[in-house]
Design a protein around this ligand. Sequence first.
Ligand code: SF4
Length: 477
Amino acid sequence: MRKIECISVFDMLKVGVGPSSSHTLGPWRAAQRWIAELKNKERFDSVDKIHIDLYGSLSLTGKGHATDIATLLGLLGHDPVTMDIALIASEIERVKTSGKLLLNGEREIDFTFAEDIKFNRKFLEFHPNGMTFRACLENGKKTSSSFYSIGGGFVVKKERKNASKKMKNFQEFPFPIEKATELQAYCKAENKPISSIVLENERSLRTDAEIDANLKQIWQVMLESMYIGCHTEGTLPGGLNVKRRAFEMHQRLIGDTAYTSVEDWIPAIRQTEVKFRQILKWVSCFALSVNEVNASLGRVVTAPTNGSAGTVPAVLMYYLVIENHDATFEDIKRFMLVAGEIGSLFKKGATISAAMGGCQAEIGVSSAMAAGGLTELMGGTPEQVLMASEIAMEHHLGLTCDPIAGLVQVPCIERNAMGAIKAINAAEIAMESDASKAKVPLDKVIETMWETAKDMNKKYKETSEGGLAVKVSLSDC
Ligand code: SF4
C-alpha cells in the first residue's frame, strides 16, 4: 500500500501569528506540544528549570523571525489563534525583567531569557529547523524532547508518531490524492470541478457546517489582515527601518470613497475606478498589507506559510473587487478548496519549507495555489486550473530565500505582490490555452521544484548567509 499523507485544506490554510510559519508558528506549536507531553508523562508538576536549544535555520534566522518570542509564548500557555496580539510585547517584557516564567500559566519557575534560549549554528540531521526542549525536575532527573518545524506551521517528531493516524484518515478519503494526475482523473470520472472533489474529502473529516464555519473564519482573518495593513502607517519593527507602504498606497487608491468598517470596505473598493495600473496597485496593496501585518507579529493566515501569506488573499480579493462584484461565500469557498489542494500537492511532492527549498517553496507555492483557485472561479476546466498552477510555479523555480537581517521584510513583503500578479497572469494564460496540449504537467514542475531544492546551496535556504542578506546589511538601512 502506498504511504500518502492525509492533508486537509485546513492544514494548508491556518490562522497564525507573524512573521514566520516555520520559525514562529511551528516553534510556538512545538512548545505547546512539549507542555502536553510533560503533562501526559506526569512530569509537569515537578519541573524546576527549563532550557531550549534552537538549531540550524531556526537559530540562524530565529531572532529576526521571532522564534525565541514564539517559543516563550507557547511555554506561557498562549495559543497563536486566540492570543490578543497586543499583549505579546508586555508578556515577553515581564519574563525578561522578572527572570520568572509562568509555565503554561500554572507553574512559576526561574527563567533567564538571554541564557535559557540558546541559538546553536549546528544543524540537526533530520531537518534544518530543529529544536530541543530540556527540563530539570525537582528530583534531579532530566527530560528532553526534540521537535522539527517542517514548514507552514507543521511540527513533527523524528519518529512521526502521527503517521499511522494520518494514514488512517487518508484511507477514509473518498478521493485519495497524491499527484495532480490523480486529481484530474477524479474530476473527469465524476464530471466535477476540483473544488467538489476536495469538498468530498473534507466531508470525510468534518460536517458541512464545520467546513463553512472554518472557511469563513479563515476568510475573515485574511480580510482583516488586509484591512489592518491598509490602515496602519509607520515603520516595521526589527531595525531595518522599512516603511509600511500599504497605508499610503491604499489612501491614494480609495480616494474619497466612503466606508466605515471592514464590511463596507469591499463595496467601497468596487466603486473606485480601475484601469490596468490601478489593478496592479490594488493587488500589490492587498499583498503588501498582509505581509506588513505579518512582519509586525500580527495575525494572518498561513497560505501556505506566513512569509507568503499575502499572495492568496490578494488574488481572492482581486476576484471579489475587480473581477466579480456579485461574488458570494460560495466563490470564496471554491477558491480556498482549490488553493488548499494545490498547496498540499506541493507539500506531498516537494516541500513548503524555505529551509528545505528556498523561496520557491513559499512564494512559488502560494502563487500556484492562488492561480489554481482563481482559474476555477473564472470558469476554467480542471486541466486549466492545474495548468495555471503549473505556470505560476514554473516562473518561480530556483527562487532563493535570503531575508535581510533574518527579518521577514526584504525581499519577502514585495515578493507576495509579485507572486499575486504572476498568479493572475498564469490564470489568464491558462484560460486562453488548450490545457490538453500543455508541455509541462503540474506533477513535473513539482518534481522539478524538489530537485531544484535539493541542488540549491544551503546559504539560500532561510539562513540569511547568502544573496541580498549578505549584500545589504542593517547598517545600510
Ligand atoms: S525570502 Fe521568501 S522564503 Fe525567505 S523568508 Fe522571505 S518570503 Fe519566506
